[in-house]
Design a binder for this molecule. Structure first.
Ligand code: LLP
Length: 402
């Protein structure tokens, strides 16, 4: 853990629990590892902000001079609100109505279109007046599990590579300026050859697009959830990507920029979820430790069966026992089914790791529970960057009929 037990205890005392805690220096470190690996190549890193959109986190990325990848028009607006210049904002759309593309166009950000239907509408309205990127579906199966695999041949994402001809017909009909090609095959891809395979698919079609400036290879780098977990080998990826592009110079002119859109790699390990044990329940076979949270706050274990390392920071030398760590939601709600942890007492603080990406961001008020607070630790200082929600928030936007 990059924060000490003492720091977590202080944060719990100061801001209460449950609370998401982010470590700014870990985010910086991850960003720098990535940029350093690609320093010799025309690579740009776009933070996939769907992982964590708190504006203070976006500001931190801005201070690192990162670019930003958005998956909705509201993320685009948050990025602009945080002060990212339009040139650094990318909107990779998916399944959206054309009105959102029009908005993105009006805001002046870079757009990757992911359907023939929207490409056609774009052509009808804007012709070649505004360059646009296209997201392809490379028909490659990859990713940690089926729910987070996006590039395979049954996936809704992108324009299937087998529809290239139809796409080219639209480009020709409206004289479109296609300036980028995009693929994103999935999340938690540890095998760098998957990226190379994706690049090879793109090399076959690059010659059809004479005005390209960038190739966007998406995100999806695998991070470690447990000690010794295999992760995407970033230096190896950089080497292979460099070789692939060196062997395939752009037939249409100057070298293409290579873009990546990592989310998890940049923020997963920088985030922790800090909870408190409300009740212990010993049953015949299982000892339950129920925390003051649930899948309404961190859905990943229930939704993806993802592993989040748990530490009992209140009793780190206690005798180890096996626990089911559960939440207080009124349905099966388990963070860890059978986990060896230092002895837990009611009131102990449990810290869940890898909570920076898709943690708070996928949280809800289910069971009418408040959403957690968020705290950013930067230069050793604790900054509250989101208040815990409250009863007013539960009522917000409701129109109470007389
Ligand atoms: N680019 C595109 C177009 C994406 O769809 C995604 C993630 C990313 C980049 C960033 O992927 P990353 O580097 O974070 O793996 N909620 C799931 C992950 C879903 C990812 C959706 N798209 C989870 O908690 O595992």
């Amino acid at each position: 853990m990059t924060l000490s037990h003492h720091q977590f205890s202080e944060i719990a005392a100061q801001f209460g629990t449950p609370t998401y805690v982010y470590h700014a220096e870990t985010i910086s470190k991850q960003y720098q590892l990535l940029t350093a690996a690609f320093v010799d190549q025309p690579v740009k890193i776009f933070y996939a902000c769907k992982a964590l959109t708190n504006v203070s986190i976006l500001n931190h990325f801005k201070s690192l001079d990162a670019n930003i990848d958005c998956s909705s028009i509201n993320e685009v607006k948050l990025a602009l609100y945080a002060g990212f210049p339009v040139e650094k904002v990318l909107y990779t759309s998916n399944g959206i109505g054309f009105d959102e593309i029009e908005e993105a166009r009006a805001l002046g950000v870079t757009i990757n279109v992911d359907s023939l239907s929207n490409l056609k509408k774009f052509g009808e309205k804007y012709g070649r007046s505004y360059p646009i990127g296209v997201r392809f579906r490379p028909n490659i199966m990859a990713g940690g599990n089926l729910k987070i695999a996006t590039g395979h041949d049954k996936s809704k994402f992108g324009i299937p590579i087998d529809q290239l001809e139809e796409l080219l017909a639209i480009v020709q009909q409206y004289d479109l300026c296609i300036n980028g090609l995009h693929i994103h095959t999935g999340s938690e891809i540890k095998d760098v050859d998957v990226f190379v395979k994706g690049i090879e698919v793109l090399f076959d079609i690059i010659p059809y697009f004479k005005e390209l400036t960038y190739i966007d290879l998406g995100g999806g780098f695998k991070v470690a959830y447990k000690k010794g977990d295999a992760v995407t080998d970033i230096p190896l990826l950089a080497k292979k990507v460099g070789e692939a592009f060196a062997n395939h110079p752009n037939p249409n002119g100057k070298p293409l920029e290579i873009w990546f859109e990592p989310g998890k790699y940049l923020v997963s390990e920088a985030g922790y979820f800090l909870t408190e044990v409300s009740v212990l329940k010993q049953t015949k076979n299982i000892l339950f430790a129920s925390v003051n949270s649930g899948f309404n706050h961190l859905i990943r274990p229930m939704f993806y069966e993802s592993y989040h390392h748990i530490t009992n920071i209140s009793n780190p030398t206690g005798v180890e026992k096996n626990y089911a760590v559960v939440g207080n939601i009124c349905e099966t709600d388990t963070f860890a089914w059978d986990r060896k942890l230092n002895e837990i007492r009611e009131g102990d603080l449990l810290v869940m790791a890898n909570a920076g990406a898709y943690g708070f961001e996928m949280s809800s008020q289910y069971n009418s529970r408040f959403q957690p607070a968020e705290v950013l630790v930067k230069d050793g200082q604790y900054h509250l960057i989101r208040k815990r929600s409250d009863f007013e928030d539960l009522l917000r936007n409701q129109i109470i009929l007389p």
